[in-house]
Design a protein around this ligand. Structure first.
Ligand code: IPM
Ligand code: MG
Length: 363
């Protein structure tokens, strides 16, 4: 069976980085991987082409494919458009349309990069965290939301804007199960992050996660407030194994965790539905300032392609080959500017892709 992968390059550096990930997947063809690619526009690129950031045909291609490889969306020049036409709505819309509620964001420090982190090497060396972020609920999608005239309190009569943080029990349960199962396959530790001291929604989150924990007596569950977690990630990141949290907190904490690893250009992600169908994307954005300049680090996208082989297709062997090619390049190959240091050859996006292909061939 040939795997059909929908490629959605998107905006900014999206096209450059997805190109390198596709080259890496294509290189595995010589070893028997059967893949084919079909492309669809998304984000600002789709808006310019079709008048909408998430055209129906793009969602249809995703549905007709076995997995999605996604670049990035975001384009400052379109930020003045009405919200529903902005590039970011495309990634939110496709996550929702495909019910991709479980977002895996691993943050690990490669020994070769321990000195690229802004943290002292002894704090981060050996760190290996998996953030499981709920991706289709929370304040990101909660209704009602909008603008209105304030009806009460000291600012009555003023203009105000509002969003709604909400979670249904089923939404919390299903992501909790995903996180407990992930913890079981790793070191058996799960930390659920909330703001239960202030927010009803997240007290409920804590209660439901605690109930689900009864089904996983082999996993050690702890709870942490999000502000403390933000601090603990900097103070002692190695205390964490799996972190499970809601959409908003997960967005923020995963960016923070990425910097511990040295560069946000290193972090892949998988967004899955209940059948392990998934969309795979780097956690970084479209980086318009460096777009088209052959400067972007493609490793997060390449590693996302690796996650695709593992999570959606169960092809552990090919996934491991991609990961070891990445490690080999980090150890001895050239590097893009974000992870470059003295003594290393500086290269660009394509140069990084070339080095990966050479490393794969040498395995
Ligand atoms: C991410 C991004 C998105 C999010 C944006 C682009 C809407 O920051 O994937 O983390 O907030 O989820
Ligand atoms: Mg984010």
């Amino acid at each position: 069976m040939t795997l059909k992968i929908a490629v959605m390059p998107g905006d900014g550096i999206g096209p450059e980085i997805t190109k390198e990930a596709v080259r890496v997947l294509e290189a595995l063809r010589t070893d028997g991987l059967k893949v084919e690619f079909e492309y669809a526009p998304i984000g600002g690129a789709a808006y310019r082409e079709t008048g909408h950031p998430l055209p129906e045909s793009t969602v249809a291609l995703a549905r007709a494919s076995d997995a999605v490889l996604f670049g990035a969306v975001g384009d400052f020049s379109l930020d003045t458009l009405p919200r529903h036409l902005r590039p970011e709505q495309a990634i939110l819309g496709i996550r929702k349309a495909l019910n991709l509620f479980a977002n895996f964001r691993p943050a690990m420090v490669y020994p070769e990069l321990a000195d690229a982190s802004s943290m002292r090497p002894e704090i981060v060396a050996g760190m290996d965290i998996l953030i499981v972020r709920e991706l289709t609920g929370d304040i990101y999608f909660g209704t009602p939301r909008g603008h209105r005239i304030c009806e009460d309190g000291p600012f009555k009569g003023d203009r105000e804007a509002f969003d709604t943080m909400r979670y249904a029990e089923t939404e919390i349960r299903r992501i909790a199960h995903v996180a407990f199962q992930a913890a079981r396959k790793r070191n058996g530790k799960l930390c659920s992050v909330d703001k239960a001291n202030v927010l009803e929604t997240t007290q409920f989150w804590r209660d439901v996660v605690t109930e689900v924990a009864k089904e996983y007596p082999d996993v050690a569950l702890s709870h942490m407030y999000v502000d403390n977690c933000a601090m603990q990630l900097l103070k002692d990141p190695k205390q964490f194994d799996v972190i499970v949290t809601g959409n908003l907190f997960g967005d923020i904490l995963s960016d923070e965790a990425s910097m511990l690893t040295g560069s946000i250009g290193m972090l892949p992600s998988a967004s899955l539905n209940e059948n392990n169908f998934g969309l795979y994307e780097p956690i970084h954005g479209s980086a318009p300032d460096i777009a088209g300049k052959d400067l972007a680090n493609p490793l997060a996208t390449v590693l996302s392609a690796g996650m695709m082989l593992r999570y959606t297709f169960g092809m552990e062997e090919y996934a491991a080959r991609i990961e070891s090619a990445v490690k080999a390049v980090l150890a001895t190959g050239p590097r893009t500017g974000d992870i470059w240091r003295d003594g290393k050859v500086k290269t660009g996006t394509q140069g990084m892709g070339d080095a990966l292909l050479a490393a794969l061939a040498a395995q």
